[in-house]
Ligand binder design. Structure first.
Ligand SMILES: Nc1ncnc2c1ncn2[C@@H]1O[C@H](COP(=O)(O)OP(=O)(O)OP(=O)(O)O)[C@@H](O)[C@H]1O
Ligand SMILES: [Mg+2]
Length: 245
């Protein structure tokens, strides 16, 4: 059994008595959990599935929204408490906080909603007909302009005090001809660096450089050059201003 080593006796008892299920929930169970906790009134299709989380298109009364759920070994609905709920709850909380922080700082990210346990809601990007595509799969009307907007957007995140540490054409959605930045989970808030702060900041800038490289490769297929040095300079300047201010 996966968590054997660190489960206490009461949890072992729940496992033996069948109150805990060591399996990922089905789509129906996730939907039930989202509805139960009141994050939405209807749960639709799964939009994406990453290393640790699944993303669902939902509706809250007549408003479309998105719910991201961090996966865990969770309980059956009949009883017992979920194992690892705490840590997955922390991930959801962290991502929601980063979203809120970026949003308030004026960056182009989905507007954050609410968190319940390991799930949180956010603004849906897309129309009633179609979800906003990932940059990787989008057909760009004006790739040159979009490249400029992408760089401006990364600078905008820095201006809000955030370094996105997982930038790629999979974590940028194209909505209204603008880049929207998602999956901030691994990002850092430069006002919360801890000590020694420059270590984490340097790590984050290295991650940003890797992201810039990935994006440069992406834009090359349109024959465009993403000036990585300029991007890094702009992001650094904004972060410095943020830290001084
Ligand atoms: N606000 C949103 N509006 C529309 N679609 C979204 C939204 N957020 C996420 N999606 C869709 O869900 C997919 C997965 O989202 P996201 O990148 O946040 O998580 P992930 O990569 O699956 O998670 P992990 O953190 O486990 O890697 C996205 O690629 C996108 O297609
Ligand atoms: Mg992602």
């Amino acid at each position: 059994m996966p968590n054997d080593g660190y489960l206490d006796k009461s949890v072992h008892w729940k496992v033996r008595s069948g109150q805990l299920a060591f399996a990922e929930p089905t789509h129906g169970e996730v939907a039930e959990a989202i509805l139960d906790c009141g994050l939405a009134t209807e749960v639709g299709q799964r939009l994406g599935s990453g290393k640790e989380a699944d993303v669902y298109l939902c509706r809250d009364r007549n408003r479309l929204l998105v719910v991201k759920t961090y996966r865990q070994y969770r309980t059956s609905h009949t009883g017992g408490r979920p194992v690892k709920l705490e840590s997955m709850g922390q991930r959801a909380l962290r991502e929601l906080e980063l979203l809120g922080y970026a949003w308030e700082g004026g960056a182009r990210v989905p507007k954050p909603g609410r968190r319940v346990e390991n799930m949180f809601s956010m603004q849906y990007l897309g129309t009633a007909e179609a979800v906003a595509p990932m940059l990787q799969h989008a057909v760009l009307r004006d790739p040159g302009l979009f490249l400029q907007r992408t760089i401006d957007g990364i600078e905008g995140l820095a201006e809000a005090g955030i370094v996105h540490s997982d930038l790629s054409p999979f974590n940028i959605l194209v909505h209204d001809d603008q880049p929207w930045y998602i999956d901030l989970a691994a990002g850092i808030r430069v006002d919360r660096l801890g000590a020694p702060p420059w270590v984490r900041l340097n790590e984050a800038f290295r991650a940003l450089e890797r992201g810039a490289e990935v994006l440069a490769r992406y834009f090359r297929k349109y024959g465009l050059t993403l000036d990585r040095a300029d991007l890094m300079n702009r992001a650094r300047t904004k972060i410095d201003l943020f830290r001084l201010g």
